[in-house]
Design a protein around this ligand. Structure first.
Ligand code: ATP
Length: 236
């Protein structure tokens, strides 16, 4: 079954179109990655799925149900969670407080204590830093906190916008290991990454986005071997 189906969507900012009939499908429990040049519309795609931008044309479905006309809050309820680029944490609040902010809707709130235990199991580092102000964490720890906050919302679809941006290579490995772990827990992931090599190696399904359209897609590992990808994105 497809967890996420984006079917020929058109959207943009004001009256400026950015996505021109974009379509992709991610199967339940898989990692999907979208790669493409700066400004191609990757973040815009995630915003459209999260409901932060109106869907002008086309449909978006989660586990077969239309979500494109729901408010952002209703989509969170349905299990669509976005971990934005730049993490958007509250620096003067503690790690635990930031995590708790991910579980404000009723279903997540009811499960908060249990989910928090699970998040601390995935991120022992966050458990150690539970009472520390989030602004004093390292970049990698802050990314863990942002992903942890996303998990606190009980996602069916977790969208990660540039999770490895600005992190040291060794921390990037840790973050990608965490994404694998999240897939193991049964969460479907849609990821946008500048780190094309890593993203394709990790993903089950992947797409190259150019000028607001999917140019081509395939299994992540197939795209890694694709000459067009090698030339344009891997510098080969
Ligand atoms: P990057 O990797 O640089 O973030 P991206 O593929 O995620 O690239 P988007 O952020 O989706 O690209 O941007 C696509 C286009 O939409 C760009 O031309 C950008 O200038 C424009 N855009 C993005 N956000 C806004 C906004 N809030 N208002 C107007 N235009 C925007």
């Amino acid at each position: 079954m497809s967890m996420l189906e984006i079917d020929s969507i058109h959207t943009g900012y004001g009256d400026v179109p950015i996505l021109h009939g974009l379509s992709l499908k991610i199967d339940e429990g898989m990692i999907g990655a979208v790669v493409g040049a700066n400004g191609a519309g990757k973040t815009t795609t995630m915003r459209a799925v999260a409901g932060m931008l109106p869907c002008w044309k086309g449909e978006i479905r989660l586990a077969g149900e239309r979500i494109d006309q729901l408010s952002p809050g209703r989509r969170v309820d349905a299990g669509v969670i976005l971990v934005p680029e730049g993490r958007k944490l509250f620096p003067s609040m503690t790690v635990r407080e930031n995590l708790e902010l991910g579980s404000l809707h009723p279903k997540a709130k009811a499960a908060r204590a249990k989910t928090l235990d699970q998040v601390f199991e995935i991120f022992p580092r966050l458990k150690e830093r539970e009472s520390q102000k989030t602004g004093t964490l390292s970049g990698g720890e802050q990314q863990m906190c942002a992903i942890g906050r996303g998990l606190m919302g009980l996602p069916k679809l977790l969208m990660l916008d540039e999770p490895s941006l600005g992190l040291a290579p060794i921390i990037v490995e840790t973050i990608f290991d965490i994404v694998r772990r999240i897939r193991k827990e049964g969460v479907t992931v849609l990821m946008v990454e500048q780190n094309v090599r890593h993203a394709l190696a990790l993903s089950d399904q992947a797409w190259v986005l150019e000028h607001g359209r999917i140019e081509f897609g395939g299994k992540g590992r197939e795209l890694l071997a694709d000459d067009r990808v090698k030339r344009a994105y891997l510098g080969m």
